[in-house]
Structure formats: C-alpha cells, structure tokens
Write a protein that binds this ligand. Structure first.
Ligand SMILES: [Zn+2]
Length: 137
C-alpha cells in the first residue's frame, strides 16, 4: 500500500524528533505499537481544537468529537472525512479494524463499532500518534 507522503524509517525518526514527538511515537506510528492505557497525554485532554497526524500534520479529528470512553486512550466518535484509511487487522488473534493516516500511513489505533450516537463508532487512538492544535485566534 502506498501513501502520498513517503519517508524512510531514518527520515521518520529524524522528523518525529524534530516535531518534539514522544520517544515511542516512531514505534506506534511506524511499527503499529500500542501505548499503555491511561499513559497518553491526550487521554484526558479536553481543550477545544483539532488533532493532527504527528507524522505529516494532516487534520484527523475535531475536539468536538472526542469523548470519554473510559478505555484509557483518546477516543473520538468521528474522523475528518477522508483523513483515515481503515485496514482489517487480524493480529493478536482478534479481528479488528486498524486506522492509519490516509496521507502518510501512520498507525493511529483502531476503530470499534461500540461508540456513541450518531456514528456508533469509537476511534481508539494512541496519543503518541496525535498532535493537538488549539483553534486559530
Ligand atoms: Zn500522516
């Protein structure tokens, strides 16, 4: 699968470091690692603004769709249209739907069909994959 934005692992490492990303951001976004629950910086973060891909800056979620799922990861009921690609993930003996950035293929987390109305979706994300931006003044 190819994405509009392509970098080598070394380039992503350097880019993430330059962005001030968390040390685990590379493993999460490029190796599909999962941060431990209740450890991410956005799990209990409720400011108004938008959430972007830590790798390429694409806008992924609006803070208005974030909700407290109690699962230990930042959760959203809706993604920005077209921002996320869904991939069937059969790792760890489960059938889940992986979510990646449509622009650069960064692993973000998974989406589950147990979210609130109206979408019924729960985008269960890694904080390390996200960069929050407050609204423009
Ligand atoms: Zn991206």
């Amino acid at each position: 699968m190819t994405y509009p934005i392509q970098k080598t692992d070394d380039q992503w490492q350097a880019h993430l470091q330059a962005q001030g990303a968390e040390p685990r951001a590379f493993d999460v976004t490029r190796r599909a690692a999962t941060e431990r629950p209740f450890t991410g910086k956005y799990e209990a973060h409720w400011a108004d603004g938008s959430y972007h891909c830590i790798c390429c800056g694409a806008t992924l979620f609006d803070s208005g769709t974030k909700f407290d799922a109690g699962c230990g990861w930042p959760s959203f009921s809706q993604a920005v249209p077209g921002a996320i690609r869904e991939i069937q993930d059969t790792s760890h003996g489960m059938v889940r739907t992986e979510t990646v950035c449509a622009q650069c293929g960064a692993h973000l987390g998974h989406v589950f069909p147990d979210g609130p109305t109206p979408t019924g979706l729960r985008y269960c994300m890694n904080s390390a994959s996200l960069a929050f931006e407050p609204p423009a003044p």
